[in-house]
Design a protein around this ligand. Structure first.
Ligand SMILES: [Zn+2]
Length: 373
């Protein structure tokens, strides 16, 4: 398994992006500052011969300028701090680090990562964290500068999707040479990212490499169960109804993994507007194939989906909203839907039930909200 991972061996550098990938926060060309800055400060202080130098002044200078953690020896203290961008990334990192680190997610429920601009607080959190994880493949397109800045300072910054083998990545038509960033929609592909996280944190904290590996292995076994549930549930939808129409193109990996046709109104990123022509084409398709339900997404406006439903009505075909899916953000924090497993369970169960397949109303392990459709 590990031979398919291409995690940078250089702590403090982001993973090298191959040329076909969109430019991302890869500051790998920037040498990690090897000479500690405090040494320079100390030298400057010692060189000020005209002034009296006290031991206390030297100590203060070192304390102020010494990097908080000497990475070669791992974290200075536990729990160390990790900042992650989306909830999906934060969740897999939490599973891997266990009690060794505190993991903070910058983007909560309903937040669209394609459009998200980091706040000053986010930038500060990233620069203060011991390790930073983001999803990558340009998902967080407006945060790139911040990742570069952090990597240039020698901070370990890892794009989880770019750590997996390219054979797991999709480059759908019309994406003009960009990889599809929505890798978490294929549970097996996301499971690869879990393993990549384990390798990455072990670089930062080698003394707990085995702990991280064991946590990752246990979590990946849970993901195998989830993947099997998704395959079984989606396969129970009658073949001619196995069509997923959603607000934006987040489900290509889901389509590949679970054998369902997928159509998104908006393109790969919510930054591109859906044109009227796109909507009309989709209405024709829905009417012709008698699609029963279309889906809204928690992190994308539902106005296009509503336009679809109206359009179909004009052609005397009734299509309903099959439910709300979690595409680029998870459900509420501290809820089952606010975990990666809960998010996928919710999506699979919602899609399956709305399109005439068989799935328990409360999902794979009876944990979905009781009022689930
Ligand atoms: Zn998206």
């Amino acid at each position: 398994m590990t031979n398919t991972l291409r995690v940078s061996n250089q702590p403090g550098t982001a993973h090298h992006a191959p040329s076909r990938r969109a430019p991302s926060a890869t500051a790998q060309q920037t040498p990690t500052p090897r000479a500690p800055t405090w040494l320079g400060a100390l030298r400057a202080l010692l060189n000020r011969a005209a002034q009296p130098i006290t031991a206390a002044a030297v100590a203060i200078t070192i304390a102020a300028a010494t990097p908080q953690h000497a990475r070669a020896d791992g974290p200075a203290e536990y729990p160390y701090s990790v900042v992650a961008t989306t909830g999906m990334v934060a969740d897999i990192v939490k599973q891997v680090v266990g009690d060794k680190a505190n993991v903070q997610a910058l983007m909560g429920q309903g937040v669209d990562p394609h459009l998200y601009k980091p706040t000053r607080g986010d930038v500060a959190a990233i620069l203060q964290a011991d390790v930073v994880f983001y999803s990558g493949l340009m998902l967080e397109g407006r945060m790139t500068d911040t990742f570069v800045k952090a990597a240039r300072r020698g901070k370990p910054v890892y794009p989880v999707t770019e750590l997996v083998d390219e054979s797991f990545l999709l480059e759908p038509k019309g994406f003009a040479g960009h990889w599809d960033p929505h890798v978490w929609m294929d549970v097996q592909a996301w499971s690869r990212c879990v393993q990549a996280v384990a390798v990455a944190v072990a670089q930062f904290d080698p003394s707990h490499a085995e702990h991280y590996q064991a946590n990752a292995a246990a979590y990946r076994r849970q993901l195998e169960t989830l993947d099997a549930y998704a395959k079984r549930a989606i396969a129970s939808i009658p073949q001619e109804q196995r069509v997923l129409v959603t607000a934006h193109d987040a489900f290509n990996y889901f389509a590949r993994a679970y054998n369902i046709q997928v159509l998104g109104i908006q393109g790969i990123s919510t930054e591109s507007e859906a044109g009227l022509a796109d909507i009309r084409k989709l209405v024709d398709f829905i009417v012709q194939t008698k699609v029963k339900a279309v889906f809204v997404e928690s992190s994308v406006s539902d106005k296009n989906v509503k336009a679809l439903i109206e359009g179909a009505k004009h052609s005397e075909h009734n299509v309903t909203i099959g439910g709300e899916l979690f595409s680029d953000a998870m459900g509420p924090a501290d809820s089952y839907e606010g975990t990666y497993i809960g998010m996928i369970d919710h999506n699979v169960t919602t899609i399956t039930r709305a399109l005439g397949g068989e799935a328990p109303p409360q999902g794979m392990q009876g944990k979905l909200k009781a009022n689930h459709p």
